[in-house]
Design a protein around this ligand. Structure first.
Ligand code: OOG
Ligand code: MG
Length: 253
């Protein structure tokens, strides 16, 4: 597998909003190569001036693994071009087949280069917020293998972050609901994220240590969706509400 060529193809597909065939259908590659393709594809963005702003965790819930037929936790990178302001708008034409999913996001307050124990994590977090992730697989029909989706930066393309709240709280058992206009399109519990969203952050610190990719103060970490993701529709408001964290929204135009 030509990793650089694959990275450029994925980067181009995202820029053109035009899907490509699954990489794994042509040639098999392993998970290490998949993360290297991801790193190279993000390097293309960084070379164009985008800034790394954090990480996203994926497949941290049963609902997501079931929806996509993939059964391992994955992680991807977020850049500033992916941020949509809370209450802002985004054109449907920018995407291939975008889906939205409600999430919980952590804001890191202290650099992390080692795995951090669950009970110590609040010392590294300055805020926690309700969030929405937009995912838009660069592969035709949103179909992929584990290696494909990792190479494709775990389908990430956008995120919207709500108001930051005091992180010194139990994040278990919070109702999470997503609306398109007034219609409820997804509903779950924060418990569906590994039993406790803090465990997703814990996993992120383990991966940061394993891949020697420190998490920096100011970075954000998306914990992964508790529910299946839903295809976005033009001229609609997408909102997510997480019990005790509040509401976050954007418009699809
Ligand atoms: C992969 C991304 C998974 C999550 O929150 O579990 C993810 C996909 O579903 O296309 O972002
Ligand atoms: Mg997600």
């Amino acid at each position: 597998m030509d990793l650089q060529k694959a990275a450029k193809q994925l980067d181009q597909a995202a820029n053109d909003a035009s899907p490509i065939a699954q990489l794994s259908l042509k040639e098999s590659f392993d998970l290490n190569e998949a993360y290297e393709i991801q790193r190279l594809a993000i390097a293309e963005r960084l070379e164009r001036g985008e800034q790394l702003i954090g990480l996203k965790m994926g497949f941290t819930s049963e609902a997501k693994m079931k929806q996509m037929g993939v059964h391992d936790m994955i992680w991807g990178r977020l850049t500033d071009s992916m941020l949509i302001p809370n209450g802002g708008e985004t054109p449907l034409s920018k995407y291939i087949h975008p889906r939205a999913e409600p999430e919980i996001c952590f804001r890191i307050s202290k650099d992390i280069s080692d795995e951090i124990a669950l009970q110590d994590l609040p010392n590294y977090v300055g805020g926690v917020a309700a969030a929405i992730e937009i995912i838009d697989s660069r592969f035709e029909n949103f179909k992929f293998s584990l290696e494909d989706v990792v190479a494709d930066n775990c389908s990430s393309i956008g995120c919207v972050i709500g108001e930051w709240r005091d992180p010194k709280k139990d994040l278990r058992n919070l109702n999470m609901v997503q609306h398109f206009n007034d219609e409820t399109v997804a509903q779950g519990s924060s418990n569906d994220i590994l039993g406790d969203p803090w465990k997703s952050l814990q996993a992120a610190t383990r991966l940061a240590a394993q891949y020697r990719e420190p998490i920096k103060a100011g970075h954000i970490i998306m914990a992964g969706a508790a529910t299946a993701a839903v295809f976005m529709k033009q001229n609609s408001e997408v909102s997510a509400e997480v019990e005790s964290l509040g509401k976050v929204s954007f418009r699809v135009v």
